[in-house]
Design a protein around this ligand. Structure first.
Ligand SMILES: [Zn+2]
Length: 425
């Protein structure tokens, strides 16, 4: 499957500002959309994007309205939604305006605390996830615009401004600190990352637990509103009752599907490997090809992991060999005593010819992990693995899966360079 560059650009925020609902609401694109509701008494802002894009969001906002910001709502505490606040604060200082109320869920506050505790780890983690991007992505919660109104548990929070009612609903989905906003006067939903315009980011391999079933239920609660507009956390405005309903309903259906089918198989006493491969077999075409379920960032495979992990511990094969496994290098060394590297390389090449790239990687790893000497055969193996990873990356439309393969190829490139130098000398 090939996703067009234009679609990718639009999904990740390269979109012109959309003004809608009688000119009262705006969607300003950034990596993490900024939603705006204009009232006679000032602005309500839903998400303020990431730090580097704060100035862009701010400039675009000031092109459509010069009113003061009265409320800032965080859809959740991820770095692309609540860290672009600097230009907003600067304006408030310069104009002598009152500070806005900042609304977030109590779990968002806990998230910021966690980010501070795991500061260095998160920098490292994001360097992994976003490796091979030209600009490094660093997340720091040392500077935050902290909430002044904190929503607790599943309490629905409502406020009024300029004749408009704002209803905030806490949910779990991508995170446990999600809030979506319903503006009944204009029939608009601001969804945050509960709607990302592609396959839900549920089950990111680097990140903490996410919640497919809750996600489905959140979609269904949104559907009850019969909204005319839906502002996603990423991607373009979704307009029209039918379209909004269809997008919410297919997402709910996909989340129910992955959840219920994994649970069914867990109840049948199956271990992860069997569940995973069975799930790949039964993935319905209607989800595979739906424009709002394309695997652009997360993907179906990640979601399968998310469900299993939600209900299961880390011992996931049922094979006691895997309880406390030996070092992979030691295992590989033993394999190489049975058959030497040449045999493994030959077999890897055969599997590549047959298009079985994943199997080829397992074979190549025996040589890479188990070789005790650095020689031309190891060099050839490293080059071949790098080629296979790039091939896999090219077919991965999921940003995360693509970057993992590319990061692997990048790491190998350094190794190859070093080894070439050594072999020459
Ligand atoms: Zn986001």
């Amino acid at each position: 499957m090939k996703i067009s560059q234009e679609r990718i650009r639009r999904t990740f925020g390269f979109i012109p500002t959309a003004t809608f609902a009688d000119g009262v609401c705006h969607l300003i694109g950034g990596f993490g959309n900024c939603g705006v509701v204009e009232t006679d008494e000032g602005l309500v802002i839903f998400d303020i994007t990431m730090k580097p894009l704060g100035p862009k969001i701010f400039r675009d906002l000031r092109k459509v309205s010069d009113k003061p910001v009265k409320y800032i709502i965080y859809s959740h505490g991820h770095f692309d939604h609540c860290f672009g606040f600097a230009p907003f604060l600067q304006e408030i200082m310069e104009k002598g305006w009152e500070m806005p109320e900042v609304i977030a869920h109590e779990n968002c506050v806990k998230r910021f605390e966690k980010y501070r505790m795991l500061d260095k780890y998160h920098i490292w983690l994001n360097q992994q996830q976003f490796a091979s991007l030209k600009t490094p992505v660093e997340v720091s919660a040392h500077e935050t615009l902290d909430p002044t109104i904190i929503i607790k548990g599943n309490e629905i929070y409502t406020f009024e401004l300029g004749g408009f009612t704002f209803e905030l609903y806490p949910e779990w989905g991508e995170t446990d600190d999600a809030i979506w906003l319903w503006v009944p006067n204009k029939k608009v939903i601001f969804a945050g990352d509960l709607m990302v315009s592609h396959f839900p980011n549920v089950g990111n391999p680097y990140k903490v637990q996410r919640y497919p079933k809750h996600w489905a239920l959140a979609m269904e609660r949104m559907m009850e509103k019969n909204a005319d507009y839906l502002v996603p956390g990423h991607g373009e405005l979704i307009e029209g009752k039918e379209k909004v309903k269809e997008v919410l309903s297919i997402t709910a259906e996909a989340m129910h599907f992955v959840h219920d089918e994994v649970v069914k198989r867990m109840n049948e006493g199956k271990w992860f490997e069997q569940i995973f491969h069975e799930m790949l077999e039964i993935f319905p075409e209607k989800f595979k090809n739906h424009p709002y379920l394309l695997p652009m960032y997360g993907c179906y495979e990640f979601a399968i992991h998310a469900v299993y992990r939600l209900y299961h511990g880390w011992y996931d094969t049922g094979n006691p060999t895997d309880l406390f496994p030996a070092k992979s290098a030691d295992v590989a060394k033993e394999f190489l005593k049975v058959a030497d590297s040449t045999k493994f390389l030959e077999q890897a090449k055969k599997t590549i010819e047959q298009g079985k790239l994943q199997l080829a990687l397992h074979l190549l790893d025996v040589i890479i992990n188990g070789s005790e000497s650095e020689n031309a055969l190891l060099l050839e193996t490293l080059k071949l693995k790098s080629k296979v990873l790039k091939q896999k990356a090219n077919t991965e439309t999921s940003f995360i899966a693509n970057k993992i393969n590319n990061k692997g190829a990048l790491t190998l490139r350094h190794k190859i360079k070093e080894l070439k130098k050594k072999l020459k000398s």
